[in-house]
Design a protein around this ligand. Structure first.
Ligand code: APR
Ligand code: ZN
Ligand code: ZN
Length: 361
């Protein structure tokens, strides 16, 4: 038995996405069927559509989502029908070498649903990041559902499922930002602004936002940046050093994914400081740095995949901090749209008009 729902599908490289019928199987062992309530539009969805992630078309897009568990398969006891959940793409296995060493946020063998969702003609769909949530209902591994307090509301909650979590986690989990630190964030989209919020939450004293867009810098101030730099008007490296007593920042977070801005991050950090790369580069990009500088400056060059988050630990905590008025996650929701508006939302994202467009279902 399958359930027919409407979903947003990318059929081929570069083709506009379309809303079409998706057949969703009933949950089998270890699986959960989720009625999606909200799903944010992320760059990764656009990359799927453009063929930048693979050629496994058709894709069922959408992965920054929250909803309510509708049914669970045999052997599922962590979540139950009626639970309000954020979907994650890090359902940890508990057995791989990372999990076995007590570092499940690096899990190398994460779970997705075993059964496949299909088009009406039976064609197998590839769900974006193993989720596929631009759909009225989606089938995931039960571990991909993280129960949180429903009081947060679905549009805001869903954002923790990907980009905003990546940014917050880049600061607090990967960068290890702590009270009194100076932090610079290069690129202030949803991910960079998440990093600013994370830095503020962790007690950073100086938080420097760098972007090329004045509107983005204004938003960054709203999230807690203490200083802003327009990289078109000033050299960000020199300016970050000026703002940090001539030394550079303790932690510099690159939230764009480009060699030029990574290089800026490298030179804008203090001796023994940390660079965190959370922006996602493309395959042709290369980096050329003097190895002596890599050695001589000490510190750490790290990358942050999904903010090194552990959903079961981080999602409920961040939701509770939001509900306590200490984490203004709602400010990331620039607009709410329908399933039919995803293509237009990609265009707005490209023009830099939004932090997040969120599809409400
Ligand atoms: N210097 C400073 N800022 C820049 C530069 C530059 N040279 N080039 C672009 N930017 C800014 C843009 O103006 C924009 O505000 O970087 C920001 C990038 O934000 P978004 O495009 O909104 O992307 P976001 O969703 O935040 O994701 C950032 O992380 O998850 C990945 O794939 C994602 O690689 C992307 C990155
Ligand atoms: Zn594992
Ligand atoms: Zn994403």
């Amino acid at each position: 038995m399958t359930i027919s729902v409407q979903g947003v599908v990318a059929r081929g490289k570069g083709e506009p996405v379309e809303v079409t019928t998706v057949e969703v199987p009933e949950p089998g062992p270890g699986e959960a069927l989720v009625a999606v309530q909200a799903c944010g539009v992320c760059h990764t969805d656009l990359h799927y559509k453009q063929g930048g992630i693979g050629e496994d078309f058709p894709y069922l897009l959408g992965h920054e989502a929250a909803g309510v568990v509708e049914a669970t398969g045999p052997g599922v006891d962590d979540v139950a029908p009626g639970d309000f959940v954020i979907l994650n793409w890090r359902a940890v296995c508990g057995r791989c070498r990372a999990c076995a060493r007590g570092r499940p946020w690096y899990c190398f063998s994460t779970h997705n649903a075993s059964q496949k969702m299909t088009l009406a003609d039976g064609t197998t769909l590839s769900p974006a990041l193993g989720i596929g949530a631009f759909a009225e209902k989606t089938l995931v591994a039960a571990g991909q559902c993280t129960k949180v307090d429903p009081a947060i509301g679905a549009a805001t909650a869903g954002l923790l499922g990907c980009g905003v979590m990546a940014g917050i986690g880049a600061a607090i989990n990967t960068g290890g930002v702590t009270r009194g630190d100076s932090v610079a964030v290069i690129g202030c989209g949803g991910v960079g602004d998440g990093a600013i919020l994370g830095a503020r939450l962790a007690g950073a004293q100086t938080i420097i936002a760098v972007d090329v867009d004045e509107a983005k810098l204004e938003w960054a101030r709203g999230f807690g940046a203490t200083d802003v730099i327009n990289a078109r008007a000033a050299d960000p490296v020199a300016r970050i050093r000026e703002l940090t007593g001539g030394f550079g920042a303790d932690v510099v977070i690159e939230a764009i994914g480009r060699p030029e801005t990574y290089e800026q991050a490298f030179y804008a950090r203090d001796l023994a400081g940390t660079v965190v790369l959370v922006g996602v580069p493309t395959p042709e990009m290369r980096l050329d740095l003097p190895l002596l500088e890599v050695f001589g400056r000490g510190g750490a060059l790290k990358s942050s995949w999904y903010g090194d988050c552990l959903p079961s630990r981080d999602f409920p905590m961040l939701v509770d901090l939001h509900l306590a008025g200490r984490l203004p996650l709602d400010k990331f929701v620039s607009e709410t749209i329908g399933l039919g508006d995803v293509e237009e939302a990609f265009a707005k994202m490209g023009r830099g008009e939004v932090l997040r467009s969120v599809v409400l279902l």
